[in-house]
Design a protein around this ligand. Sequence first.
Ligand code: ATP
Length: 367
Amino acid sequence: MTIPDLECTDLTKRFGDTSAVENVSFEVPPGSFFSILGPSGCGKTTIMRMIAGFLAPTSGDIRIKGRSVLDAPPNKRPVNMVFQHLALFPMMNIADNIGYGLRRQGVSKPEITRKVGEVLERIGLPDIGERKVDELSGGQKQRVAIARCMVLEPDVLLLDEPLGALDLKLREHMKIELKALQSAFDTTFVYITHDQSEALVMSDNIAVMNAGRFEQIGSARDLYYRPETPFVASFVGDSNRWRGRVVSVSGDNLRLRSESGLDLCGNSHGRPVSDGDEAEIFVRPEAIRLGRGEADIAHFDNRLSGRVTSLLFNGAASRILLRPDSGGEEIEVALPQSGEFAHLSRGDTVHVGWSSDQGNCFATETG
Ligand code: ATP
């Protein structure tokens, strides 16, 4: 059996009455990219600080390559951390910045030169050793911050929202770059973010965190297509969401009467949902098909007509909002790439449909 690079068991941290992290357990296999994704204040940084050794857990254990590190101070743990503000030293050149940790460890000068040269090659910037920090672009600084950690050969690299300070375009680029760097170094990265697109693009596995607890751990696909809790369904990706009461159940298939008066068919995908339960149904905008007429959507068990209230152009991710004729809240529908519906205008009537499988249903209160 492979020993995980990082293993946290029943990790809990309380600050007085505040429970910042509650019974969190997870394993990160060697050489993988693991993200902790959650809203501000959910406890992500607290987990990182416990792994790095800056905070002692209230209870639970942290093992790196099978060994508990709870008794080790931060500088004796085989982990390193990249912060959002990178913390590069502006007065030193790049080579000295990267070699800083090795100098503190008393490594010889020739060895430092060799290792720094090697790591600069690995990040694809072999010729910048003599430059100053402010002579680098934002993306180059990111790579240098990672190189400065990787030169110390940590078992686990912790990254605390390192892309947060970058502009949107560079952030998009750095997502791909970070994943490539992680593969190149073949080192375990643990990345925390509140930005789902960062987590989805880069990670082998993602833990979705809410109010101190992990809601679900899985691949990007698992979280997107098979969310296990309403929180994950609403936090990861966009969804239409209806609350209501279950009026009939047959196996995993069910019908829900929404608070707004719509009759919706959904699927509980194995979760316990019974007749009479208060429940929620989530439907992705791209799971809803647009039809020119009723005949185009006749084969779906969910069918609606409505008027277009907004057109939200966003290239490949363009949407329309429509108000169902039968009442209730607006529905968000993805515009197909074919361009077939590009002519739609506000006020047009459209027909939409989706299968019950696409209506992911969770009981919120059992009856
Ligand atoms: P963000 O994304 O905003 O950085 P986060 O998910 O990293 O948030 P944490 O910083 O881990 O969240 O905080 C989790 C909870 O613990 C919050 O309610 C926070 O106020 C509380 N907390 C964190 N550190 C302390 C502390 N030293 N003393 C008291 N409460 C704390």
